[in-house]
Structure formats: C-alpha cells, structure tokens
Write a protein that binds this ligand. Structure first.
Ligand code: NAD
Ligand code: UDP
Ligand code: UDP
Length: 320
C-alpha cells in the first residue's frame, strides 16, 4: 500500500458537496494540500467554511465541463449532482458534467500523470435483476428515461476511465457508491434519508413513494470516506470498479419507522406515487472491497441515523 506523504497535492471536484466536504476534511487531516473545485450547483460554501483559513486548503469556483489547468498528484472526481431531484432539474447539464467533466479531468490526469479516482454509482446497475449486485453485473438501465442523464452519464464516465487506462496507461480508481447518508446532506435535496429526517423534525408528513417495499442499503458517510481513501491508496492494479456500500438492506417503510422512532416525531406516513424507473431493490456485494481494500462498514443504520438527526437538529431547516 502506498502511504500518504506530506504535501501531496490533491484535487477534489465537487468538494463543496456532501461527500466532497467530508473527503476534503479527511485529506487535510492526513497532511495533504487540497484544491477543492466546485460550481456550487448543489454544494455550498457552508459545507467547507470551517476549512477556509487552513493554509493547505484552496477553493476554486469552476465548472468541470470546462478545461482546468492545475498541477496535482491525485484527483478525486466527485462533481455531479447526486439526488434524483437535482440531477433531473437540468438533465443535459447532468450528462455534460459526468461526460465532459470526466474527459477534462482525465485529460488533466494524463498531462500531470496524476492518479485519478471516479465516484461512480450503484445506479449503473439500474433496476437490477441480479441481487445483491456484484461488480460483474452489467446492469439494467433505461437509456431514455428520466434517470438516464445520471445513470448513462456515469456509465459513460466509467467507459472513459477504462479507455484512458488502456489507451494512455492512466492510473485509475473507480468506485461504485451505494446510497450514502450523513451530516451535510442538503436538507432540500430530496433523497430519502434527508427527506424523512427533515419531515420528522418539522412535524410534516413522511412521504413514502409507492408501497414502501422497495429496498436500499444505507452507508454512513465516515465509512464511505474510509473506503475512498483506501481505494486511492491501493496498488495500481486495483482499478475497480469496486462497490462501496453497507450491505444492510432495508425497506423504505422500515427506514420511515426508524426515523420516526429515533426522532420521537408524531409525523404521519403518507403514500405518494413511485417515480418512474425507481429501482425496486438494491444491495451491494462488497466481496471485492473486503478482499482488495480490507474494508467493511462499521456504522450501522441506527447509529448513523442518530448522528444524522443530530446534525439536522443543529441546522436551520426553514432555509430548505
Ligand atoms: P452533492 O450533490 O452533495 O455533491 C456534488 C457536488 O458536485 C456539489 O458540490 C455540486 O455543486 C458539485 N457539482 C455539480 N456539478 C458540477 C460541475 N459541473 N462542476 C463542478 N462542480 C459540480 O452529492 P454527493 O452525495 O456528495 O455526491 C458526490 C458524488 O458521489 C457524485 O458524483 C455522486 O454521483 C456520487 N455518489 C453519491 C452517492 C450518495 O449516496 N451520496 C451515491 C452514488 C454516487
Ligand atoms: N484538459 C484539461 N486540463 C489539462 C489537460 C487537458 O482540462 O491539464 C482537457 C482538455 O480540454 C481536453 C481534455 O482534457 O479537451 C482531454 O484531454 P486529452 O489530452 O485526453 O485530449 P485532447 O487534448 O487530445 O483532445
Ligand atoms: N423515497 C421515498 N420518499 C422520499 C424520497 C425517496 O419513498 O421522500 C424513495 C425513492 O422512491 C427510492 C428510495 O426512497 O425508492 C431512495 O431514494 P433516493 O432518492 O434517496 O435515492 P435513489 O436510490 O433512488 O437514487
């Protein structure tokens, strides 16, 4: 395993977002220099304001669909809206961000010989017919549906990563992230964990889409960031794709009940229509992460929800 030397220069795209801000924090704590690039589409300055002032931290407002010329040793490419509400708001920009963003960051990696990491997603498996999902499963994605801008954008980004690896010998690291939650999720971003917690804390109805029997596996952010760091530090022949996620699988109705219990809220559960192409089930096969990264998540759903609830209790939810 390669260790982290002092003053490694690391670019984090999407660094002002939910996952990116935790990653920047962790990289700074390890002694690296961090260049955080973000266009603030879904990320906010608030997520990283505690890092501003650290002499090893630099913030650049920039859209990754445009070229970027900087000198770095490693690149974590996270720029892309992640919640269905946000990525469907401007779907053309979502595809551009994934595809043109990947081309620009891969071009940058090629020129600087930087190692480059891609935050891909379990959405590449679409509405999966294989359960749980191993990396070898090619997926079941509707290429023309409302989720396609995200799913196909991320699939094309993976293609680009592997072609730059084969054609230009780039050192690549591709992970597929399964639903991850925690402090600094945007309260209005529409994802299920943030929606349910915010609704419970505000005494609003809890919105269950469909019958609530669809499943997801929820990973706490600290576990995910640990997996990201291990992936970047792994030997060059570990290119991925590697699934990172918590294998605990819950029905959405179970999540709603857990949130009600842990917040002590009296909110009512209501049913709303299931969005088109909403995957019915999702659970990672994490055998490869265990074997190659010696990684396994440590924070269970109950503990992770408690920490996330504490965060949402500390922010102004009126602003969402
Ligand atoms: P997020 O929306 O909080 O973060 C995305 C960040 O990218 C934001 O700060 C946003 O402003 C920035 N961004 C968007 N378009 C950009 C552009 N064109 N140029 C520069 N910056 C841009 O979401 P997140 O949950 O932190 O997700 C981070 C990454 O992880 C994304 O690539 C997402 O696809 C991936 N991912 C997340 C999850 C999850 O459950 N959280 C699951 C699978 C994959
Ligand atoms: N690029 C960039 N920063 C760099 C080098 C390249 O943003 O430091 C962009 C550049 O805009 C280019 C893309 O990355 O379009 C792909 O670069 P590559 O060298 O692979 O392709 P080419 O320049 O030959 O089209
Ligand atoms: N969901 C829900 N109520 C909400 C938000 C989401 O029932 O208020 C459901 C959604 O239909 C999906 C699951 O929760 O089945 C996870 O949704 P999310 O948007 O968090 O992520 P996805 O995994 O679908 O990208």
């Amino acid at each position: 395993m390669q260790g982290y030397s002092l003053n490694k220069r690391i670019l984090v795209t999407g660094g002002a977002g939910f996952l990116g801000s935790h990653l920047c924090e962790r990289l700074l704590a390890e002694g690296s220099e961090v260049l955080c690039v973000d266009n603030f589409f879904t990320g906010t300055r608030r997520n990283i304001e505690h890092l501003i002032g650290n002499p090893r931290f630099e913030l650049l407002r920039h859209d990754v669909t445009f070229p970027l010329y900087v000198e770095v040793d490693e690149i974590y490419n996270l720029a892309c809206p992640a919640s269905p509400v946000h990525y469907q708001f401007d779907p053309v920009q979502t595809t551009k961000t994934s595809v043109m963003g990947a081309i620009n960051m891969l071009g940058l990696a090629k020129r600087t010989k930087a190692k480059i990491f891609q935050a891909s997603t379990s959405e590449v498996y679409g509405d999966p017919s294989v359960h749980p999902q191993p990396e070898s499963y090619w997926g079941n994605v509707n290429p023309i549906g409302p989720r396609a801008c995200y799913d196909e954008g991320k699939r094309c980004a993976e293609t680009l990563f592997f072609d730059y690896h084969r054609q230009h010998d780039l050192r690549i690291k591709v992970i597929r992230i399964f639903n991850t939650y925690g402090p600094r999720m945007h309260p209005g971003d529409g994802r299920v964990v943030s929606n349910f917690i915010v609704q419970a804390l505000k005494g609003e109805d809890i919105t269950i889409y469909g019958d609530g029997n669809q499943t997801r596996s929820f990973c706490y952010v600290d576990d995910l960031v640990e997996g990201m760091i291990r992936m970047m530090a792994s030997p060059d022949d570990v290119t991925g794709p590697v699934n990172l996620g918590n294998a605990g699988e819950f029905r959405i109705s179970e999540l709603a009940e857990a949130v009600l219990r842990l917040t002590g809220s009296n909110s009512k559960l209501i049913r709303l229509p299931l969005p088109q192409d909403d995957p019915k089930q999702r659970k990672p096969d994490t055998t490869i992460a265990e074997r190659h990264l010696d990684w396994a998540p440590e924070v269970g759903l109950e503990e992770g929800l408690k920490r996330t609830i504490a965060y949402f209790q500390s922010v102004d939810l009126g602003a969402r």
